[in-house]
Design a protein around this ligand. Structure first.
Ligand SMILES: *Cc1c(COP(=O)(O)O)cnc(C)c1O
Length: 401
């Protein structure tokens, strides 16, 4: 592990001013148990050996890095490359932390995995892990997302998970987290709450980052092997921030510019976007300190983006820290740019990206022209099969783009 990763977070889970664990008293012993188990297992040859075996023989790692020749040619300027997390089993990077969280639960003697899900990708990945380890699985999902991401709901049920619809508030990701926390309090003796990103109380932001670190380690070695150099710019979309931390963590001690791309939705007005770092303020959400989008009453604000998986009014505390130190530059792409990127990558590269990942593609397409002779590596965090019905029924086939 690099020197940065060893120094962050602090023992009590702080990345500078952000992070920590603000827990209701009944959950404190359970998070202590998770922290101690992770501290022990992250140094255990048996745990790491089994994780390595799973990644290679079940997930299909390493995933490749692809040179996006046609897109690079089309944009003119920088050469664009993609780390292909869309080629993970289940179609997104989330399986990286779900299999590891499932393995952690197994070593802890738990019999059930629980989580919230937005686009359904985390739910599918966790249900997959539960099936693999022979555990029960309970997934909380907002009703709006259930309607929008029907195929993923079907997948979760086929994989044996119980899907709990969340019908209060904005009926999306934030409420799904609240609902899952409530249910978890009653069954924390036998269940593990497998948080779906680098968010939540300590140790989850650190643990999920370290489980995703494999993405950056592989990408760095693969890029070096392909080109003989490191990329000039590395970019990833940021919802909670796990695919971004996975990729960034491979380059954080290098002289490589890192860019997080947030969803600007339909406009910069509160409620129209989910660009937490771009527009948010210091605050607390779901048991940790970070940047938050809040309404006038100081409550987490409603958010919008075309990509359900980016639909969260908070962000991982490490991103809030990396923003403050300036090590990572945060920018945003709106729904229109993401859609244009979705069509362009499909048409010109034969890769249908998840709408989430399309935000990173949009960044590369926007930046390429101004950076001739440079290289941009983006994280293709997931594939877009889940989005094709929604996109084509709402926007057609990208005629005229
Ligand atoms: C969930 C998801 C994201 C957003 O989550 P992060 O924790 O920010 O990575 C991005 N891309 C895909 C494909 C997803 O499923």
């Amino acid at each position: 592990m690099t020197s940065y990763l060893k120094s962050m977070p602090s023992r009590d889970g702080y990345f500078g001013d952000y992070g920590g664990a603000m827990l209701p008293p009944p959950l404190e012993p359970h998070f202590k148990e998770i922290r101690e188990a992770y501290d022990r297992l992250s140094k255990s040859a048996e745990f790491l050996g089994e994780l390595r075996h799973i990644r290679k023989h079940f997930q299909g790692r390493p995933t490749p890095v692809s040179y996006l020749k046609n897109l690079s040619h089309l944009c003119g300027g920088a050469q664009i490359y993609a780390k292909r997390e869309d080629l993970n089993h289940t179609g997104a990077h989330k399986l990286n932390h779900c299999m590891a969280e499932g393995l952690l639960a197994k070593f802890m003697g738990k019999t059930k995995l629980m989580a919230e899900t937005g686009a359904g990708q985390h739910g599918v990945a966790l249900a997959t892990a539960a099936a693999y380890f022979g555990m029960e699985c309970e997934i909380h999902m907002g009703e709006i997302d259930i309607a929008k991401e029907a195929p993923n709901v079907t997948r979760m049920k086929l994989l044996g998970a119980t899907v709990v619809p969340v019908s209060f508030g904005g009926r999306s990701l934030k409420e799904a987290v609240d609902s899952c926390f409530q249910s978890y309090v009653a069954q924390a003796d036998t269940a593990l709450f497998a948080i779906g990103s680098v968010v939540g109380p300590h140790p989850f932001p650190m643990m999920v980052r370290n489980f995703q670190h494999v993405v950056g380690v592989e990408a760095r070695a693969q890029f070096l092997e392909m080109t003989g150099e490191l990329p000039d710019m590395v970019a990833a979309c940021v919802g909670g921030g796990s695919n971004a931390m996975g990729l960034f963590s491979g380059f954080i001690d290098d002289d490589v510019a890192l860019y997080g791309v947030e969803p600007r939705g339909t406009s910069s007005k509160l409620g129209d976007h989910a660009a937490t770092i771009t527009f948010g303020h210091d605050g607390d959400i779901h048991g940790f300190r970070t940047l938050v989008l809040t309404d006038e009453a100081g409550e987490p604000a409603p958010v919008h983006t075309i990509a359900s998986g980016l639909d969260y009014p908070g962000v991982g505390p490490e991103h809030a820290h990396l923003h403050k130190t300036g090590r990572v530059t945060y920018t945003a792409a709106d729904d229109k740019e993401a859609l244009a990127a979705f069509y362009a990558l499909s048409r010109h590269e034969g890769i249908i990206p998840a709408l989430e990942s399309a935000h990173a593609v949009a960044f590369a397409m926007r930046e390429a022209k101004g950076h001739p002779g440079k290289s941009i590596l983006i994280n293709m965090s997931g594939r877009g099969d889940k989005d094709i019905d929604y996109v084509t029924e709402t926007f057609g086939f990208g005629e005229g783009l």
